[in-house]
Design a binder for this molecule. Structure first.
Ligand SMILES: Cc1cc2nc3c(=O)[nH]c(=O)nc-3n(C[C@H](O)[C@H](O)[C@H](O)COP(=O)(O)OP(=O)(O)OC[C@H]3O[C@@H](n4cnc5c(N)ncnc54)[C@H](O)[C@@H]3O)c2cc1C
Length: 290
């Protein structure tokens, strides 16, 4: 980077601590720009591939690590502002914090974000959702830095949302998003959020090293039912296991490698194909080299 550059650049940084699975190799460069100008400069000057990550709650970084520049936004990108029935949130803000800020401001409709353990950037990229509401249902627009450093605002429609997908280029970096809800009593909103969290706690291994749902639900089907029917519940490869509690969640039981987790996932895909004919697709993003 040409100086001055307002950020931090680390070489060969191990990415495992930056993911929920706690596995994976190093990034050739891990960049943390502190403001938008630094992010644009980084994108202009970086050679090779770039990829933004959030808090790694949907990521399986392979053991060989990542060539190129991994961008992790932090301070300078985590503001949350209330504007009437709207919330403007930086992409590094945690979804749960945005949900709580909305509740405090009496804005209903963002309760679902309380249960998604990622950042706003990850929520936009993944069109994250739960209990019948997705990011696309509440998002008005997002500001995005493109590979050449230009910053552009995309409307909801322009983001091309689909199930756990948005149409942004892989190397685009979400900077902030605006959501809209409807007025409601803060205590009623908080109550709904508490119910949502209690349901999750009962149904999902949310305190383990996991990546959330491993596979996307095929149209009209539940991935977990297909995994269960294929005998996948509790299946192990090395330190990786399909959760006994929710069999579409993989967990690192302690000493799993990324290869263990990926092999387990592929084994499950083979078994499901044999037992039900369904071709499961990964929801977890697998990145890097083996
Ligand atoms: C216990 C548990 C429960 C979960 N429950 C749900 C659920 O109910 N619903 C649901 O939808 N998901 C769920 N997930 C998955 C995950 O939390 C979501 O996909 C979340 O949106 C990922 O956000 P993140 O910040 O962790 O992104 P990461 O995992 O770091 O990255 C995910 C993807 O987003 C991209 N990305 C991240 N930040 C940016 C950015 N600023 N700009 C551009 N691209 C970016 C990455 O490149 C990657 O492709 C769960 C995960 C766990 C561990």
């Amino acid at each position: 980077m040409t100086s001055p550059w307002n950020g931090r650049l680390l070489e060969g940084k191990d990415l495992a601590p930056y993911t929920w699975f706690r596995v994976g190799g190093p990034a050739a460069r891990l960049a943390t720009p502190y403001d938008e100008a630094a992010l644009s400069q980084l994108l202009r000057e970086a050679t090779g591939p770039v990829l933004a990550i959030g808090v790694g709650s949907n990521l399986l970084v392979r053991d060989g690590g990542i060539e190129g520049t991994v961008i992790r936004l932090g301070r300078g990108f985590n503001g949350i502002e209330v504007e009437g029935n709207r919330i403007r949130a930086g992409s590094a803000a945690l979804d749960a914090k945005v949900a709580v800020a909305a509740a405090d401001a009496g804005i209903a409709g963002l309760e679902f974000l309380r249960g998604v353990p990622g950042t706003i950037g990850g929520a936009v990229r993944m069109n994250a959702g739960c209990y019948g509401v997705e990011t696309k249902d509440r998002l008005i627009e997002a500001r995005v830095a493109l590979r050449d450093g230009a910053i552009q605002t995309f409307s909801n429609v322009e983001l091309g949302f689909a199930y756990r997908h948005c149409a942004l280029a892989d190397d685009a970096v979400v900077i902030e998003a605006i959501f809209e809800g409807a007025p409601d009593d803060p205590s009623a909103i908080r109550e709904r959020m508490e119910t949502l969290m209690a349901n999750r706690e009962a149904a999902q291994p949310i305190r383990e090293k996991t990546g959330g749902s491993t596979f996307r639900n095929p149209a009209g089907e539940s991935a977990w039912k297909l995994v269960d029917a294929a005998g996948g519940r509790g299946l192990r490869v090395g330190g990786a296991q399909m959760s006994e509690k929710h069999c579409n969640f993989m967990v690192n039981t302690g000493d799993a490698t990324a290869a263990d987790l990926e092999t387990l996932g592929e084994t499950i895909r083979d078994r499901v194909r044999e037992t039900s004919g369904h071709d499961l697709h990964w929801e977890i993003k697998r990145i890097g080299k083996a």
